[in-house]
Design a protein around this ligand. Sequence first.
Ligand SMILES: [Zn+2]
Length: 71
Amino acid sequence: MPIYDFECRQCGHKFTLLTGVSERDKATCPACGSSDLRQLISGCAVKVSGGSGSGSAGGGCGGGHAGHGGG
Ligand SMILES: [Zn+2]
């Protein structure tokens, strides 16, 4: 399950959500309940702890050559 980091624009509260994409859209600030959130990009904060290799071709880490972000 993916993790999403958010920052509330109302109170500035930062929190992390461990939910699906569908839930992500209707996320609200746990502190003030505002839905005016800003999603934070947590670069390569993924820890790969041994195990079976998923064979991920072309990771996302490193300098990206194509301006992908938006915002
Ligand atoms: Zn808030």
